[in-house]
Design a protein around this ligand. Sequence first.
Ligand code: C2O
Ligand code: CU
Ligand code: CU
Length: 505
Amino acid sequence: MLTRRDTLWGMGGLSLALTACGQAGSTQSQQQSKRNLLKIPELLSGTKRGVYTEYNLKIQNGTSTFFEGRSTSTIGVNQAYLGPTLKMDVGSTVRINVNNTLQEETTLHWHGFHVPAKYDGTPHQTMMPGETWTAQFEVRQNPSLFWYHSHAHKQAGPQVYRGLAGPIIVKDPNRLEPELPDSYGVDDVPLIVQDRLFGNNGELIYARSMHDIMMGMQGDTLLVNGIVDPVFECKTELLRLRLLNGSNARIYDFQFANRQSFLMIGSDGGHLEKALEMSQLRLSPGERADILIDMRHGEPRQLIAASTSNEMGMMDGAMMDGGMMGNRWWPGNDREDQDRSTFNVLLIVPNAKLDPSPSVPTVFMKHAAVNPADAVRTRQFVLRMGMGMRSGNGFTINGRSMDMGRIDERVKLNTTEIWEVQNASWMPHPFHIHDVQFRILDRDGRLPAPHETGLKDTVLLAPRERVRLLLSFKNYADPDIPYMYHCHILEHEDAGMMGQFVVES
Ligand code: C2O
Ligand code: CU
Ligand code: CU
């Protein structure tokens, strides 16, 4: 890495360009003076064993260096912090052996995947210290970026925070996609975006106050693939970034410092119908986006993320005491920026000579028409942060905190339903559902924005907002082992804003 960094810095004229465009994020840790090369997670394609493609994952404690001369205790998969990118082919059957070498219980969940409940990696599939758990399932997803992470009972927050997460890229080997950049680590790059809080000794600081639980754990340093303030050397005209908000609680508005536009081509669970030109993109914890950046102008470009403190909604709400927060809260509906932080995500530096990229197709896929009449019933979910949070009873869905021994909803296999989710609190919550990719019907009665019309497994609810989702339960039924739905602010999930459903045949 040092050699590559030296090479990059040694290139004529580059450091000048870097200085000219590299703007320091206001809350970015100041200890960092030099730019670091982006780390590309190792690609793990698995080993063919009969009908299975097999992956071996070892969850381990590690020591990482995020700042020169300071070490940090972390958790990783097959490495010290985060894990490799699992590449999976649509239609293949994968077998994943997960060995827990930690001194604590953990699980590994395949976020966004449609798998049998017993292989979902929830708290019902806990691995004790030293234990190995094997999950096997057919890859039924559309090509997209997914991720794996700890779903340990009441410990997902601290474990993901220390690094227990990694990307999954699903590819379709039969339907070739020559029209899109797909050379891993060259013009197809996953970005795991996470904020962290460090102590002076370099150790991670996690949720020390009630405030951190209520607002979700937020840090002042941004890690991208485990690197602070990274730079990426771009060799191609088009760069495809697969963004994952892997933070515990922070919501980001991604954009370029110079406001250059980009194309969004995919959401959580697959391609959009067509490429959308955008200049700002909001992602909440758990959400993903596939974007293309045109680098033919040959200039370095700084991708940044603006983030609003999760408290904003609360404060506005307390002052206004009305049901109109939804309108003011979304980007573009001017709200004051005083409580925003701006982080550097990635500095993209193009080579002097760029390899040609294919032109972007205008249409990717056709999604089924969204028809609420397909639904056999509507279920209501009300997210609330009430009093008594000290006891953990304050974070509820439909008035109840998570109980592993209670099944909250029973749905029928091969049916379609509408889930109407209402945020009854004054702060935003990203709502995630296991087992399915859903479609957004409407937000407070209004059609979703174009970039939210594709496949989703996580949806952000603004304070006081009501969102209707259309979802179908297919292939897998198990009357005993549940899937989860929950807020993806991990401190809220751990504190009980989660429920369980089973799919019955
Ligand atoms: Cu990404 Cu139930 O989690
Ligand atoms: Cu999930
Ligand atoms: Cu929440």
